[in-house]
Design a binder for this molecule. Structure first.
Ligand SMILES: Nc1ncnc2c1ncn2[C@@H]1O[C@H](COP(=O)(O)OP(=O)(O)O)[C@@H](O)[C@H]1O
Ligand SMILES: [Mg+2]
Length: 359
């Protein structure tokens, strides 16, 4: 999606991905190699600017590239965002409220943290987790040992954070962009609904957002952007609890909930990310229409019902199918977010792929 946004701007883009099937290879030059591979480094170091859209790029690689050329967003933002403990501490230092959390290194510390935070709680791997992987919800005391035994072998020492499980009303994200001159723009708040830990549906603008809530989210995003002297797109995932917002996590990159900005905003998050890192003026971030997005996970359905629906846009990433994998998405634009959601849910039933998870 970055490649598709960069092409009409006249940008020459090179992508590095260890996976030779990476979708970028279908539309741009792809170096299929490990991030630290010599050929990959050579390809990146000769670029005017290097960015990333994946948190688990090794830090030594980003630092090496940063010694040779510009890396944006700044590697420090990546370092913090890829570690849930550093991330939550950073939120707290900046005065951004979060769920209660404790650092957990051992099973004994897990017990101590649980007695402080109480139940229910969520045990999360600090690093490498995504789409709900590396997490265990602990609803009652009988689940503690099983959660530890399931997760601890895969993530090593000092690898966890325990959070209070928040009874949120809904999940929101704010996508903001900071340009090279320090100017900040925020897209309207988006509501996100998850299934099995994976983003299922995004709704924009999130219905019923008060001006106070919008201002609060924008202020949090701005504080983070300024803290890192950030350039590019950043997404902040939030829980809405009563009239309050709690920060869940930070993505130092374009975000799944922002895919709908391709059709529904004046400038997509992908274009704005590229404009920012290249040092060009940012584009307008207002929505040109309400829209809802449905992720297509595990199997791609026949696109015909989506193509037949007015205001719907079908995206196939050209990825090999795999259980739990995001293979594409559909965005439905409509005159209101509620109407978009209604059409999207009707479409979901029609898109049910034989044996697939979409729906
Ligand atoms: N502390 C929490 N309380 C309640 N639900 C949570 C909590 N942390 C995570 N979740 C749920 O799990 C989802 C995935 O967790 P998240 O921390 O965003 O990890 P990732 O998106 O990297 O897999 C969240 O979007 C939310 O639905
Ligand atoms: Mg998340």
């Amino acid at each position: 999606m970055l490649a598709l946004a960069g092409h009409p701007l006249g940008l020459e883009l090179v992508f590095v991905d260890p996976n030779p099937d990476a979708p970028a290879g279908q539309v741009a030059e792809l170096v299929a190699a490990d991030y630290g591979d010599a050929a990959a480094l050579r390809a990146l170091e000769r670029c005017d600017v290097v960015t990333y859209e994946f948190e688990n790029v090794p830090l030594d690689v980003t630092r090496r590239i940063a010694a040779a050329t510009r890396v944006l967003p700044p590697p420090r933002a990546l370092e913090v965002a890829r570690d849930r403990l550093l991330e939550k501490r950073c939120f707290r230092e900046l005065g951004i409220p979060t769920p209660a959390f404790r650092d957990v290194g051992t099973e004994r510390e897990l017990g101590e943290a649980l007695s402080e935070l109480g139940l229910p709680a969520v045990l999360k791997a600090r690093r490498q987790g995504y789409d709900g992987k590396g997490q265990a919800v602990i609803e009652d005391a009988s689940a503690i040992a099983a959660a530890w035994q399931r997760l601890s072998p895969d993530y090593g020492a000092d690898a966890f954070i325990l959070e209070s499980k928040v009874a949120f009303e809904r999940e929101l994200s704010i996508i903001a962009v900071r340009g090279a001159a320090g100017d900040v723009r925020s897209y309207p708040l988006i509501e996100n609904r998850h299934r099995d830990g994976i983003l299922d549906v995004s709704i924009a603008p999130a219905p019923g957002i008060t001006p106070e809530l919008a201002r609060e989210a924008e202020a949090h995003a701005r504080r983070l952007l300024e803290h890192f002297d950030y350039v590019g797109v950043l997404a902040l995932e939030l829980f809405q609890v009563g009239g309050r917002l709690l920060a869940n996590e930070l993505a130092p990159r374009v975000h799944n909930s922002g895919h709908l900005t391709i059709e529904a905003a004046s400038t997509s998050q992908f274009e704005n990310h590229l404009r920012a890192i290249v040092g060009w003026p940012l584009g307008a971030v207002e929505l040109t229409t309400p829209a809802c997005m449905l992720n297509l996970v595990g199997a791609l359905p026949d696109p015909a019902p989506a193509l037949a629906l007015g205001g719907a846009h079908f995206h196939d990433y050209g990825k090999p199918a795999r259980r739990g994998r995001k293979l594409g998405h559909v965005t439905v634009c409509a005159s209101t977010a509620e109407l978009g959601l209604e059409r999207l849910e009707r479409l979901r039933a029609e898109l049910r792929a034989p044996g697939g998870e979409a729906g």
